[in-house]
Write a protein that binds this ligand. Sequence first.
Ligand code: NAD
Length: 262
Amino acid sequence: MSDAPLDAPLRVAVTGANGRMGRAVIEAATDRDDVAVAVAVNRTETGPIGGVDVAVAERLPELLADRRPAVLVDFTGPSSALDYAESCTEADVPMVTGTTGFEADGIERLREASETVPLLKASNFARGVAALRRAVREAVAAVPGYDVELTETHHNGKRDAPSGTAKTILADIEDGRGDRTERVHGREGEAPRRNEEIGVHARRAGDITGEHEVLLAGNRETLELTHRAGDRGVFAEGALDAAVWLAGRDPGWYEFADVIDG
Ligand code: NAD
């Protein structure tokens, strides 16, 4: 049991501190009263970010043991996120990860970590995306025979494609459609559309934070469901809400929907 006062800010560790999302998380945390950054690490040496000192990531195990943050918030890459999950299990620190691009064995390792510590993984921490997912599930069920195409657009520095959020929405669509679906990534040459296809399109341009659009069309009508993130603060806020929600929970696998549903 922590001896911190009840209204003390939740002390979080931030990995990938010098990344786009790491910076956004530190910035969002400094704007809030309910969280404080107790540990920040980055792969390479870097100066303070948002007034917070940043250590090299090799020091994470030692810093988790010494400073005992309540939750670690990770937005990095799949291999580093798995290393950090191991550090969390060793130090008994719950983990929130927004990192995307894991292979199946990476997800398996995260699930194993969740047997020791509470672990919340989300491909998207925007509340609007949670609402979009609900709307897509409902729409797909309401127009069973319609063609479905998904388009996602992100900044030119994004590494994985399609985005983790796109994959999550595709799984929602496939659940609604049953097993007669096939993802088709872009089209080229002779490529007539078949009914079971779900077209998937990934655009990369400029500094666009993140856009996801699901198009349903058939029977002389079209329906477009679109989410646009205004800036990374949207995801950072959601991840910190998730950290506050996760602290003190039992070990297990959690998702952002659990936070929204309370
Ligand atoms: P970025 O490239 O700007 O930053 C990544 C950070 O992770 C950097 O600090 C980098 O040094 C560090 N890193 C990467 N690989 C590493 C490794 N092997 N070892 C140690 N450190 C490593 O990327 P970003 O835009 O901040 O995105 C980070 C991750 O978060 C990506 O997987 C992205 O898809 C995901 N993301 C998720 C959400 C969400 O809501 N869940 C939102 C935005 C981005």
